[in-house]
Write a protein that binds this ligand. Structure first.
Ligand code: SAH
Ligand code: SF4
Ligand code: F3S
Length: 441
């Protein structure tokens, strides 16, 4: 049998990264080999994102490039999947007639059957029905040889309907995998040498809401904490309104739970938070952060912020800046509000002009850079546990790894350290990384 090659292009969040890993596993079982050379591909899968307008533009400009390849290689199959595919369905063909298959976020497990059909029947397929997403979520993607970290999807979808966000429409309602399935998957990962797992979900704090028998997120991570071979547990994303005291207490109690939480605040203004339908006030958020910091003083806190939500005044924006000054996040992903068709915020008045949004974003990012730099410099002299991932890109004499609080550290050492948990004294803090010295055991 001649070799068939698969090329996957992934956009968007970690959910999509993990979905792409699952697509690869399914198609490898059908005889495809992964390639990083798009010209070699017999099958191209695009896994797209629709969170902001820019993400859509990126996907379409990439699609334009890929479609040209088909002129030279007519038997090439192009599949368009993920959140943007879910959103556009059949309309994708109007933008790019060369696409053969459009598949949604719940249809990954059907890929082999759909591809075979396209090949045999030479007709276009669109499959974006929400029906069996948990089946796709449960596909086991064995980690690549030597991988130390792995993503584990514990749930899918979102019931929160934040006014700006398309995710609930594209990923469907919240559904949780059973704890048995999740624990089984993590044990398999540990057997293959994985030491760190990141639990994925749009809102992991509400894990288990619909499960029978019930199991909440705290019980789940307590059980993961007992799995031999796993040294580190991370999770993302947490919704502030569902961050319970019990979950916060875990940061002081569970030895493997890393001291980092990504806790998107979105805005520091109560008026805007209400319009966003976030379900908490700035004061609620601040008091949760204070509680986290008192339970676990070394915790690193990162966040997402949107500027220019409809109706955001200079005063509202200033309240976001004030909140950033009070908390001093370790880092922040910040975005200009982007209107998404079908979301509640489309109907809100007082859209903020692009120019103003740009200005607010730039100022906010400059402030955050200063805070990140301060935080990283502040770690000088501290001793951090680092999971060594391998050679550093900076210098062939260095290796790199991450601290428990999710910071990259470069330090002098040989690649035989890869996979080890070592102690490193931090000597310098930069904007995007730390420098340190290995403490010999
Ligand atoms: N489920 C996660 C993250 C969802 S998307 C959560 O609830 O936090 C990641 C981030 O994209 C969001 O936190 C938000 O800051 C940003 N985002 C989502 N929709 C957006 C929009 N329409 N315009 C700009 N940013 C948006
Ligand atoms: Fe979107 Fe809000 Fe759900 Fe996050 S919690 S995915 S921002 S609707
Ligand atoms: Fe994008 Fe979908 Fe993730 S819209 S951010 S890929 S859930």
């Amino acid at each position: 049998m001649s070799k068939k090659y698969l090329y996957i292009e992934t956009f968007g969040c970690q959910m999509n990264v993990h979905d792409s890993e699952q697509m690869a596993v399914l198609m490898q079982a059908e005889g495809y080999r992964l390639t990083s050379d798009v010209h070699q591909a017999d099958l191209i899968l695009m896994n797209t994102c629709s969170i902001r307008e820019k993400a859509e533009q990126k996907a379409f400009s990439e699609l334009g490039r890929l479609v040209k390849l088909k002129e030279k290689k007519p038997e090439l199959i192009i599949g368009f999947g993920g959140c943007l595919a879910q959103h556009l369905a059949d309309k994708v063909y109007k933008r790019a007639a060369a696409v053969d298959l459009v598949f949604g976020t719940h249809n990954i497990h059907q890929l082999p059957v759909m591809i075979e059909k396209v090949q045999k029947e030479h007709k276009k397929i669109t499959q974006v029905k929400f029906f069996d997403r948990l089946r796709s979520l449960g596909i086991f993607a064995p980690p690549p040889e030597g991988a130390l970290s792995a993503f584990v999807s514990i749930m899918q979808g979102c019931d929160n309907y934040c006014a700006y966000c398309v995710v609930p429409y594209l990923r469907g309602p919240e559904m949780s995998r059973t704890p048995e399935d999740i624990l089984d998957e993590i044990r398999k990962l540990a057997d293959r040498g994985v030491k760190e797992v990141t639990l994925l979900g749009q809102n992991v704090n509400s894990y288990g809401k619909h499960l029978d028998p019930s199991c909440n997120f705290v019980t789940l991570i307590e059980k993961i904490n007992e799995i031999d071979g796993i040294d580190r547990i991370r999770f993302t994303t947490s919704h502030p309104k569902d961050l319970s005291n019990e979950l916060m207490d875990c940061f002081g109690q569970l030895s493997k739970l890393c001291e980092h939480i990504h806790l998107p605040v979105q805005s520091g203004s109560n008026r805007i938070l209400k319009l966003m339908n976030r379900g908490y006030t700035a004061q609620d958020y601040l008091s949760k952060v204070e509680r986290l910091q008192s339970i676990c003083p070394q915790i690193s806190i990162t966040s997402d912020i949107i500027v220019g939500f409809p109706g955001e005044t200079e005063q509202d924006y200033q309240e976001t800046i004030d909140m950033m000054e009070k908390i001093r996040f370790d880092s922040v992903f910040s975005f200009m509000y982007s209107e998404r068709e079908g979301t509640a915020a489309c109907n809100l008045p007082k859209k903020v002009p692009l120019q103003e949004k740009r200005l607010r974003l730039r100022q906010l990012q400059l402030l955050q850079e200063a805070h990140t730099q301060q935080k990283n410099t502040g770690l000088k002299g501290s001793v951090q546990e680092v999971l060594v991932e391998g050679r550093s890109k900076n210098s062939h004499q260095d290796v790199m790894g991450r601290t428990r609080c999710w910071k990259i550290v470069n330090f002098k050492g040989g690649s035989e350290l890869t996979g080890d948990l070592v102690r490193v004294e931090i000597t310098r803090g930069f904007l995007h990384s730390l420098r340190g010295e290995l403490i010999k055991p």
